[in-house]
Design a protein around this ligand. Structure first.
Ligand SMILES: Nc1ncnc2c1ncn2[C@@H]1O[C@H](COP(=O)(O)OP(=O)(O)OP(=O)(O)O)[C@@H](O)[C@H]1O
Length: 356
């Protein structure tokens, strides 16, 4: 997901006859001409159909200013979200994250630029069809208090006119999927926060969307419950080949779940790329500020530096060597793959270089 460049997963590569021009070739590329002849390909450049699936989201110079506001909430945003990716959108408060979600979900329209969803410009003619294929998960769960868990999950199917027996069956299947098969008859007030979010996820997926938008989905949950929800989202994303967009101010969520990240600051996209690369070597001051804000605030000795690792990724021998060199764990939190651990150690210890 790089501005202005396609990096889509599942891309269909067509090389023969497209990338290769099979007209008589200069001597140094004669082998390519032979390949063309042996494949009986035409010796002329011919038009090749573009079979590349469109990016699920394609923001093209999108701007949005709310009425009466002096500055745009989003300014000239160009961003592509490839099919099947897990993209985190981060930024401090007021950066424009919610505006991005509102644009994708069709609740707001751009003042300038275009937003393509699944290859179509999002507008009055296409909005309903795209909304039907987009699931939304919210921070405050947005469950209806007077409806049972089952009836909350059947709601989107009711709105689409699905017959009762079918919608009940689908809702039960999705409650099983999120581990709440036994809770169908309960009311939201009788659930924990994590359970409410599981119902929210079942409701978002019951219509079989291919794009799932999670807007601060774990911000209201404690770290352990949050890790459980992120695990569930990861499993479902893989099983259903969903494109997942996670809007969050929690860097640990981005780290744990996403393949790509987009950093917004004051309405502008300031950095984007593969999550591991951006977090390892942030280029923009706003990204560095977000990373710094998430470092544990612990006093360090003058020769100590702080690094984060995920256990069990770290080799036990390295961990033991670090401990012998005076390393200490200063913070540990649950993570979908194990434990997220911050370690302080003398910067000069050779084992430290392994973690760089
Ligand atoms: N309905 C609105 N009317 C006027 N201004 C708005 C409206 N919604 C958002 N804004 C402004 O647009 C800018 C971006 O807001 P947005 O809610 O998209 O940011 P955010 O990154 O989601 O922030 P937060 O993390 O605090 O939710 C802010 O300056 C905000 O004050």
């Amino acid at each position: 997901m790089i501005p202005g460049r396609r990096t889509g997963k599942g891309r269909v590569h067509l090389t023969a006859g497209s990338a290769h021009d099979c007209r008589p070739l200069p001597k140094r590329t004669a082998q390519e001409g032979d390949v063309c002849r042996s494949l009986r390909l035409p010796h002329r450049r011919s038009p090749v159909p573009d079979l590349t699936p469109p990016d699920v989201l394609d923001f093209q110079n999108v701007s949005k200013t709310y009425p009466g506001q002096p500055r745009p909430a989003l300014n000239d945003l160009t961003l592509r979200v490839p099919r099947g990716s897990r993209t985190g959108v981060i930024g401090r408060s007021g950066a424009g994250k919610s505006t991005l979600v509102r644009l994708i979900s069709g609740l707001e329209t751009p003042d300038a630029g275009r937003l393509l969803v699944r290859g179509d410009a999002l507008g009055p003619a296409t909005r309903a069809a795209h909304q039907a294929r987009t699931g939304l998960v919210f921070q405050q769960f947005n469950l209806l208090a007077q409806r049972t868990v089952l009836r909350n999950v059947t709601l989107p199917l009711e709105l689409r006119g699905v017959p009762r027996a079918r919608r009940d069956a689908l809702a039960r299947e999705h409650l099983d999927l999120v581990g709440l098969g036994e809770y169908a008859g309960r009311y939201p007030a009788q659930l924990s926060g994590g359970q409410k979010q599981r119902v929210g996820i079942a409701r978002a997926l019951v219509t079989a969307p291919d794009l799932l938008l999670a807007d601060e989905a774990t911000s209201a949950l404690d770290p352990e419950t949050s890790a459980g929800i992120l695990n569930l989202l990861l499993d479902l994303q893989r099983e259903r080949d969903l494109t997942l967009v996670i809007v969050t101010h929690q860097l640990e969520v981005v780290r744990a779940v996403t393949t790509h990240v987009a950093v917004l600051d004051a309405g502008q996209l300031v950095e984007t790329g593969e999550t591991a690369a951006v977090l390892r070597a942030p280029r923009h001051a706003a990204t560095r500020a977000l990373l710094d804000a998430h470092r544990p605030q612990v006093p360090l000795a003058p020769d100590e530096t702080l690094r984060r690792v995920t256990l069990p990724d770290l080799n036990p021998d390295t961990l033991a060597a670090l401990a012998r060199a005076g390393a200490r764990i200063v913070q540990a939190e649950p993570h979908p793959q194990g434990l997220d651990v911050w370690i302080a150690a003398p910067a000069a210890s050779p084992e430290w270089a392994v973690l760089a």
